[in-house]
Write a protein that binds this ligand. Sequence first.
Ligand SMILES: Nc1ncnc2c1ncn2[C@@H]1O[C@H](COP(=O)(O)OP(=O)(O)OP(=O)(O)O)[C@@H](O)[C@H]1O
Ligand SMILES: N[C@@H](CCC(=O)O)C(=O)O
Ligand SMILES: N[C@@H](CS)C(=O)O
Length: 525
Amino acid sequence: MSDLLNRRLSLLGNHLPLLKQCLHGIERECLRVTAEGRLAQTPHPEALGSALTNEQITTDYSESLLEFITPALADPAEVLDNLEQVHRFVYTQLGDEYLWSPSMPCALPAEEDIPIAEYGTSNIGKLKHVYRKGLALRYGRTMQCIAGIHYNFSLPEALWPLLRQDEASAESDRDYQSAAYIALIRNFRRYSWLLMYLFGASPALDKGFLRGRAHQLEELDGETLYLPYATSLRMSDLGYQSNAQAGLTPCYNNLASYTDSLRKAVGTPYPPYVEVGTHVDGEWVQLNTNILQIENEYYSNIRPKRVTYTGERPIQALTARGVQYVEVRCLDINPFLPVGIDLTEARFLDAFLLFCALDESPQLENGECNQCSGNFLSVVKEGRRPGLELQRDGQPITLKAWASELLGRIGQLAELLDRAHGSDEHATALAEQQAKVDDPELTPSAQVLARMTEHDETFVKFALRQSQLHADNFRQQPLPAERQQAFETLARDSLAEQSRLEQQEVGDFDLFVGAYQASILAISN
Ligand SMILES: Nc1ncnc2c1ncn2[C@@H]1O[C@H](COP(=O)(O)OP(=O)(O)OP(=O)(O)O)[C@@H](O)[C@H]1O
Ligand SMILES: N[C@@H](CCC(=O)O)C(=O)O
Ligand SMILES: N[C@@H](CS)C(=O)O
């Protein structure tokens, strides 16, 4: 244990109530599919409200890729309850469609038949649509049908001044807080391979997903490709990643260097995109020809975040007010769980993220960045291989040994969280993770392969069966009338808000895009 972590643990031990004030918010994506498990070609159900303005129910890339967003709450159990209620409401409006249970997509139609999400005729609505056309051009629509769980987490703002004073830091509270979250991210880069081993749940995919691309996957059956020891093909180079962004890994030395890296990426033309241009046959095809159209396009495993004001861009918010929370973006959807994540996972994530935030976190230097990426890629592709070795400080160490050592250290944060909550839920969650390290067959990725083999079914058949199981579960538990009405009101109000935006909208779209682009270039740290 580092001296810094020990010092911080003892300080926190005298301020335990603070550990009940961390905030959590979850975003869960899922495809709408037909009863046969094909991608729904229907528009976003109007009864779910406006995808542009409904804060809880929207769409991600595709018109058929739903995204459910919870409020930020102190109790992860309440967050999961909110997420579950959204699922139950949505199922009252889906007709005979289903929510696809895993991260990797169903059998998809031809690229051009994957519907890009629509957000109406307002300038911001059109900008969101053109952005997605640009993603199709750059990464293909197929990859954008992958669904994930994003776990948003923050420590109480009152914690940082305590740590700052204890460490006699000369930084302002805001700069200290931002630096602490960037330090969390550096440790996350070091240790997030562990999350992929413990929670990765995409060891297999439908053959059609690869669209005939070259690959090193193995054939499980006529329709399914997999890797026997993979944990998360979603987070591999075949999944939600981008070669165009490969050289982009921003350095996480401090917030300014992070926002600088992103600002350069959204302002630097990328020759292959320049060749296409922003318009083809007079139609917008991408917002600009830069490495990233906007900062959202940077597909990192974790992001420093600040809630933005209306019309404000993420980098503007971060530069103006510093880091407020982190968004963990690498988590697969667990197809065995009705909402894709459960309280045990959330409890462990909290202990893990607190560990990343509070342990010492030297700058990533001397090739450690590459080492982090290499470890992450090894685990997503073969994390369950017996005897797999990772690299730590340039030396080989077995995943098993390193994972057990890490869980031992994270255990101290779990113990502190349990003392604050007067429970043993974090220690229990941690013990479940240690059991997976001791026996890889207990990991969700192993369970997916075992279940497919047990039922002798393709990935698509397994996923559809799980989707139908969860659908029955949700449909058999209708919401209390007042909650159903609350979601219906939210949907109705969001449609009215979108209409208001469209009626109020004035101004030329090209000028709107130009101003949006310029807003980022004018920022200085
Ligand atoms: N201080 C905070 N601590 C933890 N979670 C937060 C905090 N503030 C907001 N969140 C959560 O972060 C998530 C934000 O999701 P939302 O989709 O609204 O924004 P976004 O991720 O920036 O948007 P996009 O998905 O378009 O990039 C929500 O689940 C919200 O509850
Ligand atoms: N669908 C992506 C995330 C989309 C986005 O960038 O928000 C995922 O699998 O996590
Ligand atoms: N959410 C993804 C797909 S639209 C992005 O912002 O790039």
